[in-house]
Design a protein around this ligand. Structure first.
Ligand SMILES: Nc1ncnc2c1ncn2[C@@H]1O[C@H](COP(=O)(O)OP(=O)(O)O)[C@@H](O)[C@H]1O
Ligand SMILES: [Mg+2]
Length: 237
């Protein structure tokens, strides 16, 4: 699904260059749930933005679902983002003056879907995050956790292959963060949605299946997590 080869991203020019990514190679398959961790400034957001086609590498190669991303124009990048990717951010990024349902509907309006199909999908996306009862509330009338669930519904409504989340629990208390992670886990398990999140929190990371540790723009370590380690089964035989 995602193949990064020696990806570099340098910001700035001349004497002011900042190497944010220094040769990242990473493969992420369909149905994975990956958490990118690392200290502040290690390049996590830069990496997620490149994976999300919001930014392009300055070196190396990136293929998303078999499409080589280098060399694509803005219009093509926007099309691939729209068709394949859903985004969730730390600060929710909802429009405050329209309802939850209208926020979720927006990407479908941009896509040119008819009203009947839009409403069907909005309802189903709000149901997926357990918020159908809040459809007509505006974001300021919702708790932080509810706002993030609206943002997840908005990310899901276009039926993406990959969900990308940058610190999705960063503005939430730990109990609410756990609820958001439970939704991610369920989407990953039931819909085989590929999830890639950036997180500071190992509590959040342990909901996933794999952790990629970044430092100074490089992958320094990876961990595979297996929730059902067959310790007992292997001891007797
Ligand atoms: N738009 C930008 N212009 C210049 N430098 C940037 C920009 N975005 C990020 N950086 C720098 O790149 C490095 C990695 O940043 P970032 O990917 O945001 O790290 P993280 O998300 O891990 O905190 C940092 O040194 C940061 O200051
Ligand atoms: Mg960041």
């Amino acid at each position: 699904m995602i193949a990064l080869r020696d990806v570099e991203r340098v910001y700035g020019t001349g004497n002011l260059v900042v190497p944010a990514l220094r040769g990242v190679s990473l493969d992420i398959g369909a149905g994975e749930f990956v958490t990118i961790m690392g200290p502040s400034g290690s390049g996590k957001s830069t990496l997620l933005n490149i994976i999300g086609c919001l930014d392009l590498p300055t070196g190396g190669g990136y293929a998303l679902a078999g499409n080589d991303v280098e060399g694509m124009g803005d219009r093509e990048l926007a099309r691939i983002r729209n068709r394949l990717l859903g985004f969730v951010f730390q600060t929710f990024n909802l429009l405050p003056r329209i309802t939850a349902a209208q926020n979720v509907e927006l990407p479908l309006i941009y896509r040119g879907l008819g009203a009947f199909e839009r409403h069907r999908r909005v309802k189903s996306a709000l149901r997926d995050v357990g918020l159908e009862m809040r459809a007509n509330h505006r974001p300021p009338q919702l708790s932080g956790g509810e706002q993030q669930r609206v943002a997840i519904a908005r990310a899901l409504v276009g039926d993406p292959s990959v969900l990308l989340a940058d610190e999705p629990t960063g503005n939430l208390d730990s109990a609410t963060g756990e609820e958001i992670m439970a939704i991610f886990r369920r989407l990953n398990a039931q819909q085989n949605l590929t999830i890639i999140q950036v997180s500071h929190s190992s509590a959040a990371a342990y909901h996933g299946k794999r952790i990629v540790h970044l430092r100074d723009g490089m992958v320094i370590r990876e961990e595979m997590l297996s929730p059902a380690e067959p310790i007992l089964a292997s001891s007797g035989t």
